[in-house]
Design a binder for this molecule. Sequence first.
Ligand code: AHM
Ligand code: MG
Length: 330
Amino acid sequence: MNSDLVTLARHSIALQKENPEASGDFTLLMASIQLGCKFVASNVRKAGLANLTGLAGCKNITGDDQKKLDLIADDVFVNSLKSSGKVSVLVSEEREEAIIIEGEQSGNYAVVFDPLDGSSNIDCGVSIGTIFGIYRSDRPSYSNKDVLRPGREMVAAGYALYGSSTQLVVSYGKGVHCYTLDPSLGEFILTQENIVIPERATIYSVNEGNSSLWDKQTCAFVLSRKSPLKGRKPYSLRYIGSMVADIHRTLLYGGVFLYPRDSKNPAGKLRLLYECFPMAFLIEAAGGRATDGKDNILDIIPTSIHQRSPICIGSRLDVSELATLYMEMD
Ligand code: AHM
Ligand code: MG
């Protein structure tokens, strides 16, 4: 039995030892994110028992039906992050406007998050997650501008996966680390350090039911995975419909996950700030790549907090092949 437990706090403090500017604020901010994740994990586990499944009866800003757990998760993260005293701007998928925190409760970070991603899967017990990205925000007056910045400027990003176990996957800029919740201790314990994504793998992940609406580059790319050139193996299709679960598999096993633009959704479906950016931040830190077809996802400058983006993300060589198709086919 391992008696030298490396908790997330211990690990992140150790990683920051070389940073002379580290004040401990980031560790406190991460503690508030961990608390939110533990609360959501516990409620996801008992959702069917505690009457937490089903719709709340309202829609969010991007038109999705909100589930009861969407709203509970949102409240828990907002309260936990606000009370940390380390945050000045909060953007949640579930709220139309950014929350600006001024005065004594305010701090030097801005956090963007999707409190419960993949929530259409709650009622059937499929894995769901929380996604977050963190910017530093040192200005004296705080506004949306603190988060309308390229994803590359984030200082950390991560997701919690509420699956067969609860796992928190985080990058503080360099490396990607996985912490697993030990329910008996209530602590996230380091279980994988410096995860590296395979540079190619034979898995593709996309909602192929939309294929009649795709552009020709996406059609050609997906066809090239299923019917590859001689000598290459056809890829397997894996699609859960929960971005966190699909990206977690992609990070560990490699392959490519796509949510492309289509004729009904010309900007794609997934949200840039709190879905695409954090995932691209993690996958790049693990050696992979993320593109919208033309630009690296992390280089896009958002113009609004709920902006959508097409995304192709995963193993470097696979993603590069889609980027090449976009360059070659007009
Ligand atoms: P949500 O934020 O409303 O849960 O929607 C995002 C989810 C992602 O987790 C997932 O990748 C995608 O929507 C699935 O969409 P679709 O059902 O169109 O395949
Ligand atoms: Mg979402």
